[in-house]
Design a protein around this ligand. Structure first.
Ligand SMILES: *Cc1c(COP(=O)(O)O)cnc(C)c1O
Length: 406
């Protein structure tokens, strides 16, 4: 091992500063323009962003709001969802998907995922529909759309709303349609780590329904229309012009960035396959009828090895993350719902096995090569037994400990 002699270049999971450097002049000019205009809330930059999002998603309306979490909340509010209602969603997702439901006094009904894509399993949804079910929230996890066609069929049959959690899937495609224009309402996040990231919190709702769009617009601004006359009890989820200005500068680059993510995803998949890692590692699966936008490149590593791999990569200064280590049905705050261990087996297995590797448009080739080489070293397909019990494993464990001290 020569890793002691020369400190390896760190490979971050994500580096937000590189995009800023590329566009700094334009971004600062746009921010300055907002500052001098004095129009800090909603205003022309937000209207502009909404217009661009309708074009991008092929949806008739786009309504900006303060975050992806608020978008989910507002979507459910638009359907007057509340106590006694059930909303079906995956457990293997970010917290906000389900907290929006409980925030309104309704009950999230968690269903299991397809083990390969980690998206909602429609066959499981069918079994969980009751007379109280009002909506389904498919999550387009990691940037790949859930299987919307059978889900929409089921929803129409039972009169349920379909709210797409497209927070990780801006620009993703399903059978020629764009995420956010397939169901009744689409919810987007511009949190800085998403494919289109603001400089703080920001979100968007999309819909093809005129009445829903009007209601969402009302709800995000305290239900006020005209000023100081309130038709509904809404919330304050107005978008800042500063965030919209940043997003308007970045949005024209999104397609190129998505393409760069795809190139990097393909490179990982090709390299791991060629190096024979396919046995020890389950690589991401992309369905034929979908356009994946690769918010994350997530592999599955079975058993004890997942955490050992993460420690080994951390020791080599390579960033990884687990999305998500504790599925929502096993979270303390949702224990009252009574989902025991083993109740959603594919979800629980994914939580134990998934690892996200560095993927972002500005990830350099030499950096990605380091990840590929480190992965190969860990799994050593020629003598794979080493990885668990050999020196690498011990080194990895020590590495993890020393990292914690820093
Ligand atoms: C990021 C994310 C959200 C929440 O978006 P915020 O803008 O952070 O509130 C919701 N759902 C999923 C799947 C996400 O990835």
């Amino acid at each position: 091992m020569s890793s002691e002699s020369a400190a390896p270049l760190p490979v971050p999971l994500f580096d937000i500063s590189r995009q800023h450097e590329q566009l700094e002049t334009e971004l600062l000019a746009a921010l300055k323009q907002v500052c001098t205009s004095g129009k800090f809330v909603l205003g022309p930059d937000v209207v502009d962003l909404e217009k661009r999002m309708t074009d991008l998603c092929g949806a008739k309306h786009a309504v900006a709001c303060a975050s992806g979490s608020d978008a989910l909340l507002l979507a459910l509010m638009a359907y007057d969802i509340g106590p006694g209602d059930e909303v079906i969603c995956p457990s293997y997702t970010f917290f906000a998907t389900a907290s929006a439901v409980t925030r309104l006094g309704a009950t999230p009904v968690f269903v299991d995922i397809e083990p390969d894509t980690c998206n909602l399993d429609v066959a499981q949804v069918v079994q969980r529909v009751t007379s109280r079910t009002r909506a389904i929230i498919p999550v387009h996890l990691y940037g790949q759309c859930a299987d919307m066609e059978p889900l929409l069929g089921l929803a129409r049959l039972h009169g349920l709303a379909v709210i797409e959690d497209a927070c990780q899937a801006i620009g993703a495609g399903y059978q020629g349609k764009s995420a956010g224009s397939i169901g009744d309402i689409g919810c987007f996040s511009y949190y800085p780590t998403k494919n289109l990231g603001a400089y703080g919190d920001a979100g968007m709702l999309t819909t093809n329904d005129d009445a829903l769009a009007d209601k969402l617009r009302l709800l995000r601004g305290h239900g006020m229309q005209p000023r100081y006359y309130h038709k509904l009890v809404g919330i304050n989820s107005r978008l800042d012009s500063l965030q919209a200005a940043v997003l308007n500068v970045k949005l024209p680059h999104l397609e190129r960035w998505t393409e760069a993510r795809r190139t990097r995803a393909d490179r990982y998949t090709k390299a791991f396959t060629e190096r024979g890692l396919g046995e020890a590692v389950r690589l991401p699966v992309v369905r034929d009828d979908r356009k994946h936008v690769w918010n994350q490149y997530v592999i599955h590593v079975g058993g004890e090895r997942r955490n050992a791999l993460r420690a080994f990569l951390a020791d080599q200064k390579i960033g990884t993350e687990v999305y998500y280590p504790v599925p929502l049905h096993r979270q303390e705050c949702f224990s009252y719902l009574g989902y025991g261990i083993g109740s959603l087996p594919h979800t629980e297995r994914a939580a134990a096995e998934t690892v996200a590797l560095p993927i972002f448009p500005e990830l350099r080739d030499d950096e990605q090569q380091r990840v590929i080489d480190a992965m190969t070293e860990f799994f050593q397909p020629a003598g794979a037994k080493h990885a668990l019990s050999g020196p690498n494993f011990m080194k990895a464990r020590d590495g993890a400990k020393s990292d914690q001290r820093i």
